[in-house]
Ligand binder design. Structure first.
Ligand code: LMG
Ligand code: NDP
Ligand code: PMR
Length: 399
């Protein structure tokens, strides 16, 4: 047990070995940007593909009559130099915590227009203002991931806006650690998996087309994962552990009536439902990668941004937990990261030229250097990923 615990502790902190940290990217460089050979190949092929797509698309772009016409990917400065247009990124759940910090970090660069996809418009507006985001750098659009109608409506509204989609960040989540009984989405799915996984699954499937049409040189689809869904870490071994079992509850629709509200068919447990939903998020990212990376050049990625112990995620936990959790993470596990720092990490996955590799679960070491982390056996199970994908397609009405 002691040995097992020690190895769990080591893998929880997963300090990168074998030169996997981003420092190792320094071995080659393209246009002054440090890239690994793999990432370089990835980047240049996507540049070529983008040029092709751009040429095909340019007619369509010109014909667009919507309110905000999609600008050309290269825009001329007053001095006549060509620069890349502003990127257009959708961030779900940008009204607090990691999503807000990411939106802020991206907006501050002046290189991104952030579409904050939020369920509470006023809260989002106040959050953006108090974060000091300049008006021209963001747009708030309504999205309630606990309703598939709302997801479809959001996609519709987004398309009407005429903005291109260059990067999609699936960040929003709910966590119900103290709920005794399950609650449900508009369609009757258990709320955590319904919101965190199924809502995002439909959103990202629908918006894949929009991403494909973007002429931006580095298109990305990011789904936020977590350490607690990975049972190859200490954090992932704190009970209740994530476990999707044979997916019988998911296949039954998680409605808690004629079937369990839990993916594995067991008794409802809010903390487990959240961890299970994160496993689905990480499996979905990999399935996207297998199905669409080669064809589209889109980079699919997931990440564990660190333990952001101060966010609204823990709003339903007991007050004592909320009081002790931040110092516990800061001084005992040392896994604590501030909202600002976590936002910068996710912003890197959105826009850093060295993080173009697809199919990766990014993590950071203590010096905030990114590295490709290992997922648990279940969170990297190819067969399970395919099954989760296929069942989810049916549940959200895509198959
Ligand atoms: C459930 O409880 C909740 O019921 C559920 O609502 C939800 O929140 C869910 O995962 C989320 O958790 C889990 C519960 C059971 O954990 C606790 O919250 C109990 C805390 C017990 C405190 C133990 C002492 C730790 C030292 C404390 C420092 C003070 C700060 C307190 C901060 C509180 C924040 C948590 O958890 C357990 O069963 C406890 C044992 C779990 C360990 C499992 C890991 C196996 C490997 C063992 C290695 C041990 C060595 C590591 C030492 C780390 C340092 C403590
Ligand atoms: P927060 O609670 O601060 O942020 C969650 C966001 O999701 C909020 O903006 C919330 O909106 C939004 N949201 C919740 N339900 C819906 C819904 N139905 N439709 C639309 N938006 C919704 O938590 P975090 O910032 O901590 O969480 C962000 C992500 O980070 C999550 O994916 C989480 O799993 C992940 N994560 C967090 C860690 C942490 O330690 N905090 C660690 C690892 C991963 P509203 O403001 O209206 O409530
Ligand atoms: Mg955990 C290296 C140790 C580590 C890390 C990085 C986390 C992250 N946690 C660690 C260890 C422990 N935690 C230990 C030893 C315990 C038992 C005392 C513990 C407990 C604990 C609880 C009760 N931890 C928690 C909870 C929660 O309710 C959080 C949770 O599981 O939400 C699903 C949580 C978390 N610990 C983390 C992280 C990142 C979380 C937050 C949520 C998430 O994964 O998104």
């Amino acid at each position: 047990m002691a040995l097992r615990a020690a190895s769990l502790v080591a893998s929880a902190f997963s300090i990168p070995k074998e030169g996997k940290s981003s420092a190792s990217f320094k071995d080659s460089s393209l246009f002054g940007i440090s890239l690994s050979d793999h990432a370089k190949a990835d980047f240049s092929s996507s540049v070529l593909r983008c040029k092709r797509e751009f040429n095909q698309r340019i007619g369509a772009v010109r014909a667009q009559t919507s309110a905000t016409a999609s600008p050309a990917v290269n825009v001329a400065t007053p001095e006549g130099k060509k620069t890349l247009r502003k990127g257009s990124v959708v961030v779900t759940g940008a009204s607090s915590g990691l999503g807000l910090a990411t939106a802020k970090a991206l907006a501050e660069t002046g290189k991104w227009h952030v579409i904050m996809a939020c369920r509470d418009f006023l809260k989002a507006e106040r959050a953006a203002k108090s974060a000091g985001m300049a008006k021209e750098n963001y747009t708030i659009m309504h999205l309630d991931l606990a309703s598939l109608d709302s997801v479809r409506q959001f996609v519709d509204n987004f398309r009407r806006s005429g903005r291109p989609l260059d990067v999609l960040v699936c960040n929003a989540a709910v966590y119900q650690p103290t709920a005794k009984e399950p609650s449900f989405t508009a369609e009757g799915f258990e709320l955590s998996v319904g919101t965190n996984h199924l809502g995002h699954f439909l959103l990202s499937r629908l918006l894949l087309d929009d991403l494909k049409q973007s002429d931006y040189p580095s298109k990305r689809l990011i789904i936020v994962g977590s350490i607690t869904g990975n049972t190859n870490t200490l954090a992932g071994n704190v009970p209740p552990k994530a476990n999707l079992g044979d997916l019988r509850g998911l296949a039954g629709g998680l409605n808690g009536l004629n079937t369990s509200s839990m993916i594995d068919g067991g008794e409802f447990d809010g903390a487990k439902a959240y961890k299970d939903s994160k496993v689905c998020n990480m499996l979905t990212m990999q399935e996207f990668h297998r199905r669409f990376h080669e064809e589209t050049g889109i980079a699919f990625a997931s990440l564990y941004p660190g333990c952001i112990a101060t966010t609204g995620l823990f709003r339903e936990h007991i007050p004592l937990f909320r009081l002790l959790f931040p110092p516990f993470q800061k001084y005992i596990t040392k896994g604590f990261v501030s909202e600002d720092e976590a936002g910068k990490r996710l912003a890197q996955v959105v826009s850093d030229p060295s993080l173009t590799k697809s199919g990766v679960y990014w993590s950071w070491n203590k010096d905030s250097a990114s590295f490709e982390n290992q997922l648990s056996q279940e969170a990297s199970d190819v067969e399970k990923a395919r099954k989760v994908w296929e069942i989810s397609e049916k549940l959200v009405g895509l198959a």
